[in-house]
Ligand binder design. Sequence first.
Ligand code: FES
Length: 94
Amino acid sequence: MPKTTSSKTGWTFEVEAGTSFLELCQASDAPHDFGCAVGSCGTCCLVLEEGAENVQPPTDEELETVEMCTDERGARLGCQMTVNGDIKLRPANT
Ligand code: FES
């Protein structure tokens, strides 16, 4: 199963491929902040440090919200991201 790792906190969780990052965090009590959960507030913004190829590409709507939150390379919205393989991440702007 794919591993999701936080480089900031060190937590690692394994999930079934195709699981949303939001579902992963809710099911495992992973410490990541969420707000609207529909891709509009930017609270869940994160940076993929490894494994960008292991999540689905962002939609134009997701990119618009990401651009409001950060200009960091590899930034995504946790609430819009599906985990398909190993990834390493940290919260954006940290
Ligand atoms: S929780 Fe609001 S954009 Fe993800």
